[in-house]
Design a protein around this ligand. Sequence first.
Ligand code: DP6
Length: 357
Amino acid sequence: MSQQANEKRSGQVFWESPANIALVKYWGKLQGQIPMNPSLSFTLRESVVRIAMHYEKVGRGAGGLRTFRLNGQLNEKFQLRIGKYIESMKAHFAFLDNTALDIESKSTFPHSAGIASSAAAFSALAMALGSIENELAGREGKGSDFLQKASFAARLGSGSACRSVYGGFTVWGKSQHLEESSDDYAIKLHDADVHPVFRNLHDAVLIVDDTEKKVSSTAGHALMNGHDFRESRIAQAENNLGTMLQALKTGDEKIFVDIVENEALTLHGLMMSSRPGYILIKPGTIILIEKIRNFREKNNINLCFTLDAGPNIHLIYMDKDAEKVRSFIRQELLPLCKNGHWVDDGVGSGPIQKQIE
Ligand code: DP6
C-alpha cells in the first residue's frame, strides 16, 4: 500500500484539562500575548473542561473549525472565539489547513460557580491539537516537547491557559529567578523545588457572587498599558516571584501567606487604580477576608486567600490543617456564600486523555 493510502483521514481525540489558580498574578500583557510580568500558579483538580475533537481531512485551504458544541448545544459565541483561535493556530499546526474540526466540550464547573473556564478550555484545545498532529504524523508520546508546544499554543488562546498543561506548580514569564522560564510557554516546577507542606494544597472556592463580571480580564490587562503603577507592578511581581520560589522550596508558610495575599490585593488595587478604575470585589468578599484573617491570628494556622479577576474567594490551606479549616469553612464561611455554594478543589496533576461522557 502506498503511504498516501495509509494516511489517516479522520479520527477523534479526547482531553480533560483543569483550570489553575495564580499565586503570583499575570496582569498586563504586551503584543502577541506576552505577559508584562512572570506569574506562578498551581493547577486545580476538580474544575475541568472535557473536549472531544473530531477531525476529518478536507480540501487544501478548506480546514478550520466546523462546529462547536458546549454541553450538547451548538454555541455561537464560543464558535466565533474558538473559530478565530483555530484559524490563528494554522501558523503552528500545518495539518489545520486541510483538516476540519468538530468540537464537543463539557465543563464540570459547577453551574454558575463564577470560575473562569478559559484556562481549562484553551489548554484542552491545545492538547487536542497536539494529539492530532501526533496521530497524523504517526507519532506517539506526550514528552516535554509535546507539552511545551501545547503550553505555547494554549497561551495564544488565553494567557493563563499555558500554565494548565502541567500538574502541580508552574511559572509563566521570563524571570531572572528561574533560568528556564519563558514568556512563550509555562514551565513546571520540579518536585524538589516544592516543599512537602505545599504539595497537596487545598483551594476552597467560596462563591460570593456568580453573576457575569462587568470588565473582562482581557479588558483589565489592557488597562495596565498606561497604568500609573505599571513599572512598579512589574518590579513587584518579579520580587514576589523570587520570594515565593524561595518560600515554596524551604516550606516557609508565613512568607507564602504574605505573598499570596499581597498579590491578590495588589491585583484588585491595580483594577481600582486603572483609568477608568473599577471594582470587582463585593461587600461579601471583604467580610470573608476579615473572617479568614481573624481565624489565622486566633488559631495560628497559615491559611490565606487569593482572588481571581472576580469577587469570589479562593481559600488556600495546607493538607495538615485540613480538618480544622474545613470545620471553619462549614461553620463560619459557607453561611456567607451565595446559596452556601463552594467548590472543594486543590492541587491537581494536569490534563489527561479521557472520553467525554
Ligand atoms: C487575574 O488569562 O484570563 O486570573 O490572556 O486575556 O485570556 P487573557 O487573560 P486571562 O487572565 C487571567 C488573569 C488572572 C491572573 C492569573 O491567572 O495569573
